[in-house]
Ligand binder design. Structure first.
Ligand code: PAF
Length: 287
């Protein structure tokens, strides 16, 4: 497996692969790879003939006081994991290579970026959308793989691809969980042992909301939110940010639950801000 640091080199390698008739896949990451990332790379390697994993801690998507400085960086370990999962190339640009001059251009996906995570982390999705657009411009026509764990990010990326007519097929991959239900995240490593023991409460809260819809027939979003909050509220270490019911297409709030919805939750455990989500489908409305 090759490691490249310059955008021009990556563009040339992917152009070359396509000119040989190979299908190209891109797995964008912030690094600190774990089994969730490996599952994205494995899926990309199953679909494509040439897979590039980008490893770049993107300063634009971190707000003041967030963990940009302390975000775990381990390029050697990331390369070993990417290779083991089937990548052909790791793209690990420097800040200067990605942003040779301070960018004057921002990609903003209106509405989708200002709710939920966007409300708690202003500017976060502008940073994500901008860097992902740059990565797509560098990679060229490809399939790009994103985890459903970051569901709002997935919708933002899908929408920018549509709005900007980018030659990219966005592939959503299922969330990978620990045996106790905690969704894998690079930020799980910030958790102390008691916080780690408490962390699956986010998933349990989502499951309580899902049960309310799928087994108890709840159609009022307020009732579902209350079911999720009741479970989350039992964990004193968790500072809950939100537990919401949203449309899976545009994250709008349904007045009544009459079709599939997405349940999304976020909260802080110590210095770790964790997010998770599941889908829920009312009985009798399954596709
Ligand atoms: O999900 C992530 O790891 C990041 O937000 C992404 C998509 C690599 C953009 O920096």
């Amino acid at each position: 497996m090759k490691v490249a640091h310059e955008p021009a080199e990556v563009r040339a390698l992917l152009d070359q692969a396509r000119s040989e008739g190979r299908r190209t896949g891109l797995v964008p990451t912030l690094g600190a790879l774990h089994a969730g990332h490996r599952s994205l790379v494995r899926r990309a390697a199953a679909d494509c003939d040439f897979v590039v994993v980008s490893v770049f801690v993107n300063p634009l998507q971190f707000g003041p006081g967030e963990d940009f400085g302390s975000y775990p960086r381990d390029l050697e370990g990331d390369c070993a994991q990417a290779e083991e999962a089937g990548a052909h190339l790791v793209f690990a640009p420097s800040q200067e290579a990605m942003y040779p001059v301070p960018p004057l251009t921002t990609v903003r996906v209106e509405r989708l970026s200002s709710v939920l995570e966007g409300r708690s982390r202003p500017g976060h999705f502008d940073g994500v959308a901008t860097v992902v657009t740059k990565l797509f411009a560098i990679a060229g026509p490809c399939a790009a793989y994103f985890g459903e764990k970051d569901y709002q990010q997935l919708l933002v990326v899908r929408r920018l691809v549509t709005d900007l007519s980018l030659p990219v097929v966005v592939v959503a991959c299922p969330t990978v969980r620990e045996p106790d239900g905690l969704a894998l995240s690079s930020r799980n490593r910030y958790l102390s042992p008691p916080e780690r023991a408490a962390a699956p409460v986010l998933y349990w809260a989502l499951l309580a909301g899902k049960r309310a819809i799928e087994e108890e027939g709840a159609t009022d979003p307020a009732q579902v939110r209350a079911a999720m909050r009741a479970v989350a509220g039992r964990e004193p270490l968790l500072a809950l940010d939100y537990a919401e019911v949203a449309s899976p297409e545009d994250l709008s709030s349904p007045a009544t639950i009459t079709a599939e919805v997405r349940l999304l939750i976020a909260g802080r455990l110590g210095r770790a801000r964790l997010i998770d989500n599941v889908s829920a489908t009312p009985p009798g409305t399954e596709a």
